[in-house]
Design a protein around this ligand. Sequence first.
Ligand code: X2W
Length: 300
Amino acid sequence: MSDKPLSVEEQLVKARTLSEALPYMHRFNGQTFVIKYGGHAMGDDELSHLFARDVALMKQVGINPVIVHGGGPQIGNMLDRLKIKSSFVDGLRVTDKETVEIAEMVLSGSLNKKIVTSINEAGGLAIGLSGKDGNLIEAQKLTRTKRDPDSNIERILDLGFVGEPSRINPEILESFEENNLIPVIAPIGVGSNGQTFNINADTAAGHIAAALGATKLIMMTDVEGVLDKNKKLINRLTPAEVRKLQKDGTIAGGMIPKLETCLYALEEGVESATILDGRIPHVLLLETFTEHGVGTMITE
Ligand code: X2W
């Protein structure tokens, strides 16, 4: 912060911004926001610090933020350091026994604690857990099929220990809310025999938002949002419009599973799902407390 005193005009801008936030504070008081914090959005220390402050502020003004984090690039770095090869199928990491151990170590270990620490430093009180704690995310092996273009035969893909949530037990999160704690969740699931499953963080966030009956699902990533054919940001979409853009190929690649998760959450009763650019400083505050919002919001 600079020491230069602010002009009256500059002070007025600050006062207006705070005043503009008031109706949003009223509207969102007591409501749950599930925030997916992607591994790409975590790369920059200054941005991570601002993210933690924004989360602490949300809690302070009466919102119940629930953080579900990713860590794809960070798992990749650790696998590289250990000289373990890794590959992806349709955006999902093929996860053998060794890889699931590393994924759990990185996600529930170093990354989870890093986020918890920075929220605590920002004045919040965060608690880190994985889907194993309190049986939060019960999971089963994900089954995927793919049609072979040459033979046209549908083949079952084996992604190893990649899981999908089969049941969310959100009671533990409700007790954190009563005690003013901010949960920070690593996307690791537990199978019926205690097996560890590596779950895509978007998928985990969508299921948790649905189980909590969250007001908003916010996906923080490293793209602006959904872009139209001319690469211009689309601010608002209905589920029907998302389907149309998927059909005509405007929505492609990594955006497809992200939007599928958003549509799933909406079907399950979440009011809106927003894709936000985590590279913008204070993007969470802009989205929550200003008139215009940022990114792409999907809602009926
Ligand atoms: C992901 C879990 C982390 C994740 C992985 O191993 O990379 C699967 O792909 P981002 O940063 O949100 O991509 N799991 C099954 O989803 O992180």
